[in-house]
Design a protein around this ligand. Structure first.
Ligand SMILES: NC(=O)c1ccc[n+]([C@@H]2O[C@H](COP(=O)([O-])OP(=O)(O)OC[C@H]3O[C@@H](n4cnc5c(N)ncnc54)[C@H](OP(=O)(O)O)[C@@H]3O)[C@@H](O)[C@H]2O)c1
Length: 247
């Protein structure tokens, strides 16, 4: 049984569909896009899978606790948590208000803290669990204006390692997937403007991320712990190479 935050669209929806196709009952968590969330549940059911829609703000402690109570009351277990929900709000640091900074950090970093803390008692009882955090290449190669977003993603990668150290002996694996550029609502404006970059790497599809998440969610990932995996069609190595050549 899996919980996918931000499962109403984009990468989270693709992860939810993929985990359901692998046979997991999926709890799709959305925030505002209820209709889109219903669409994801319908798609999973049309494929013969099982899914339930929930509405919760991942940055709201009480809402997260209610969510996990509902899910465990329904299924009596919770095997996989995918911390995918996030917001982006690019602005140069000098112009960034505290309110905007805190909203990004609250959703992207405090959210995964709250959800992870809420699911841990269940996973510890089971002596089995998978927590998969979604980071971003921006943690390592941020663009201008990405201070808050990059800090939140650097934070989630550190959180991944720190929690892995705490729960590794209890059968719980905590890993992280860092996508490059993926065509979703989050990136629609830049995707249309930029097209393919000079580095020649294509824009990823949400489905390009689901496969690795599904692998990390399974038994075969038992010997993988506290890692962050880049999934970007080679963009990081290509850009790194281009930067080295230009020096
Ligand atoms: N797209 C990319 O190129 C890219 C690259 C690197 C990393 N990522 C990461 O991949 C993940 C998914 O990105 P995406 O492009 O699929 O984003 P997206 O299309 O903007 O979708 C974001 C999802 O997060 C949910 N969400 C936002 N705030 C929330 C909150 N406070 N509580 C609960 N849910 C909330 C949204 O729910 P509602 O729709 O219900 O509001 C939506 O389902 C994010 O962690 C993002 O940082 C994306």
């Amino acid at each position: 049984m899996a919980v996918v935050t931000g499962g109403s669209r984009g990468i989270g929806a693709a992860i939810a569909v993929r985990l359901a196709a692998d046979g997991l009952t999926v709890h799709v968590v959305c925030h505002r896009a209820l209709d889109a969330g219903r669409g994801v549940v319908k798609q999973i059911e049309a494929n013969g899978g099982r899914a339930t829609l929930h509405q919760a703000d991942v940055g709201d402690e009480a809402a997260v606790e209610r969510l996990v109570e509902r899910v465990t009351a329904q299924d009596g277990a919770l095997h996989v948590l995918v911390n995918n929900a996030a917001v982006i709000d690019d602005q140069l640091l000098a112009l960034t208000s505290t309110v905007r900074w805190e909203r990004v950090l609250r959703t992207n970093l405090t959210g995964p803290f709250l959800t992870s803390r809420a699911v841990l008692p269940v996973m510890l009882d089971q002596q089995w669990g998978r927590i998969i955090n979604i980071s971003s290449n921006s943690a390592r190669t941020p663009g201008p204006g990405q201070s808050a977003y990059a800090a939140s993603k650097g934070g989630i990668e550190a959180l991944t390692r720190a929690l892995a150290v705490e729960v590794g002996r209890k059968g719980i694996r905590v890993n992280c997937v860092a996508p490059g550029k993926v065509r979703t609502e989050m990136t629609a404006a830049v995707a249309d403007r930029l097209g393919s970059d000079a580095d020649g790497t294509r824009w990823g599809l949400p489905e390009d991320i689901g496969g690795l998440v599904a692998f990390l969610a399974g038994d075969e990932a038992d010997y993988i712990q506290g890692q962050t995996f880049t999934v970007d069609g080679g963009r990081m190595v290509t850009r790194g190479g281009a930067a080295r050549r230009s020096r």
